[in-house]
Each structure stands twice: as structure tokens, then as C-alpha cells.
Design a protein around this ligand. Structure first.
Ligand code: GRF
Length: 215
């Protein structure tokens, strides 16, 4: 069975969705850079080693990442799963785990990399927004895309209502991406992911999502 370590910074709802999915994956530890992260309690309650590694205790990003790498090595996971982990990782850290770190980002990448994605989507007036699970590369929010979910932006949406609609999809697609990892079904070639034996391509080929829909 493949193993993972999950990195969080706060609420941990994506982590919970992953735990609830009961995937054939060994979850060896949850680590948060914020000691007060609610997700640490959730992990502990479920009997998963939960470790706080406060980034504020380190003088530099490099020092923190070195300590993070040392902590993770004790659990020797196959993959590192970033679930609301709000720290930029150094290229050195990422290089140690090439193609073995996955992240969830609350936008349809490559649109809206970085922070405040929902507010920026509203300001840009996009009609379709969403979320992406991708492999992590040194270029922030730019790694190979594993799965995406789109949601319509509705008239009258606030940042909060849009975020909530996107979050529901995050909780669907992250467990799905990890199920593929667990089953070793993800092929990565030339920066493009292909899911082996996925049957969605043919029946979905003509599907479209048009927003607003003319009734
Ligand atoms: C999610 O929206 C995730 O996409 C973003 O931060 C949020 C974390 O939420 N990177 P949670 O901690 O998983 O509840």
C-alpha cells in the first residue's frame, strides 16, 4: 500500500475529506506549520500522528523546509499531500520529492495562481471557476494537472458563496486524485498527466458547460 504524509495550515476540511474517503493509502502523519490548526485536533482524534512545526520558530524559509524534510523523512511516505498548506516550498525541498508532492488549488489553473482566487475570479468576471489538483513543481501553482472541477459563478455570488461552492468540489476531487495515486494509475509524461484506464474521454468528448445557460 502507498503511504502519504498530509501537510496542512488550518481548518483541514480537505484533509478530513481524504480521511473520510477511506482510501487504500496509509496516512502516516499530518503536519501543520501553524500549531493552532484545527486540522491537527481532527487528525489526533482519528489516531493519526499530528505534528506542529511552527514556521515562526525558524529564521529562514530554508531552515523551516530543512526541518520539515527531516520530520517527513521519519515517516518515509511515498507522497506528500498539501491540503490547505499555506507555505511556499523551496525548490530544494521540492527537488527531494520530484513528482511526489500533490496540491489542491482553489481555481481552474492556470488561471488565478496564488492567493485570493475567489475574489479575483469575481473581479475578473469569469463565468466558470473551480479547483485543481496538481503535482507540485518549483513554479508556484503550475505543476501538471491531475484533475479539475468547474463550478458556475452565479449572479450575486460573494467571495464566501463562491468559495463554498468550490470547496464542495475540492472535497470530491482530492480523494479521487489520491485514489488514482493509490492505484498507481497516474502517468506523467512531458508535464501532462494521463489517468490509465480512465473511460471518461470517449463519452464526455462532446460535453460542454455553458454559463449562463440560455433557457
Ligand atoms: C482550500 O480552499 C484549498 O484549496 C486552499 O486552502 C483551503 C484549505 O481549506 N489551498 P481546508 O484547510 O482544507 O479546509
Amino acid at each position: 500500500m502507498k503511504s502519504i504524509v498530509i501537510l496542512i495550515s488550518g481548518r483541514g476540511s480537505n484533509m478530513e475529506a481524504i480521511l473520510d474517503a477511506r482510501l487504500p493509502l496509509e496516512i502516516r502523519a499530518v503536519i501543520s506549520n501553524r500549531p493552532e490548526a484545527r486540522g491537527l485536533d481532527t487528525a489526533r482524534q482519528r489516531g493519526i500522528p499530528a505534528i506542529a512545526l511552527n514556521h515562526k520558530s525558524f529564521a529562514t524559509r530554508e531552515d523551516f523546509d530543512a526541518a520539515l524534510a527531516t520530520t517527513i523523512k521519519q515517516y518515509s511516505p511515498d507522497y506528500i499531500v498539501l491540503a490547505g498548506f499555506m507555505r511556499i516550498l523551496t525548490a530544494e525541498f521540492i527537488a527531494q520529492y520530484a513528482n511526489r508532492i500533490v496540491n489542491i488549488h482553489p481555481s481552474l489553473l492556470p488561471a488565478f495562481t496564488g492567493l485570493n482566487t475567489h475574489q479575483r475570479a469575481l473581479e475578473a468576471g469569469v463565468k466558470i471557476h473551480g479547483t485543481t489538483v496538481h503535482f507540485v513543481t518549483p513554479a508556484l501553482d503550475h505543476g501538471p494537472i491531475i484533475i479539475q472541477a468547474a463550478v458556475p459563478v452565479l449572479p450575486g455570488d460573494s467571495e464566501q458563496s463562491l468559495a463554498a461552492r468550490v470547496l464542495r468540489q475540492e472535497h470530491r476531487i482530492y480523494p479521487q486524485a489520491l485514489a488514482w495515486l493509490a492505484a498507481d494509475r497516474i502517468d506523467l509524461k512531458d508535464g501532462v498527466v494521463r489517468i490509465r484506464d480512465a473511460s471518461v474521454e470517449a463519452p464526455m468528448a462532446d460535453a460542454s458547460l455553458i454559463v449562463p445557460d440560455e433557457k
